[in-house]
Design a protein. Structure first.
Length: 193
């Protein structure tokens, strides 16, 4: 029996297309494992995952990291919030007086004095803003995953996008790993590196 390749994926990343291509081309079993951003790197380093779709940044020491795509940052707010009246895009200047219920990975914060929010997942943050309290700024893919009828999303044009990358341990760089890298980078079954 062929070995199993364990691929972790962070919330909002989309491994399905690559998993389908893998299953069409390879006999090794593929197992997709959801991981949080907080655990993505530790799970790679402890060997419980062979590879992972991670949201950058990660400590690259001892890891191979291949950028796959960028994600636009979006502000999520209640459909009754003033942002609902905005066009499809806003800037951080439009958000200066807001309560940010979930810390933004870049460290950006509105200028208004912030309340001490408890730690929460993106899903919990979106539930909180749906109730009319504050805003959350998350990658568009995460907002889509937790989409609700009672919230709106607006692209934040002056925040840097986040990046999804494929990462694996340097010592795990074998033929099977490189075959999955090829799938993720869009190589066809007949192409070579």
């Amino acid at each position: 029996m062929a070995a199993t390749l364990r691929i972790g994926f962070v919330t909002g990343s989309t491994p399905d297309k690559w998993a389908r291509h893998w299953r069409d081309r390879r006999r090794e079993r593929l197992e997709l494992v959801p991981v949080s951003e907080e655990d993505q790197e530790a799970r790679l380093r402890d060997g419980s995952l062979d590879m992972a779709l991670v949201r950058l940044p990660v400590d690259r020491e001892g890891l191979h990291v291949v950028r796959l795509y960028d994600e636009l940052p979006v502000a999520v707010a209640s459909h009754e919030h003033v942002l609902a009246a905005a066009d499809d895009e806003v800037t951080t200047a439009d958000l200066v007086d807001e309560q940010l219920v979930l810390p933004h990975p870049s460290g950006w914060r509105p200028e208004a004095e912030q309340l001490a929010w408890p730690a929460m997942s993106p899903k919990e943050a979106i539930e909180t803003v749906a109730a009319g309290t504050g805003i959350a700024v998350v990658p568009m893919s995460v907002a889509r995953l937790h989409q609700r009828k009672d919230v709106v999303t607006r692209i934040v044009t002056d925040l840097e996008p986040t990046t999804i990358a494929l990462a694996w341990l340097v010592e795990r760089d074998d033929e099977v790993t490189q075959a999955f890298v090829g799938v993720a980078k869009g190589r066809t079954a007949n192409s070579s590196r």
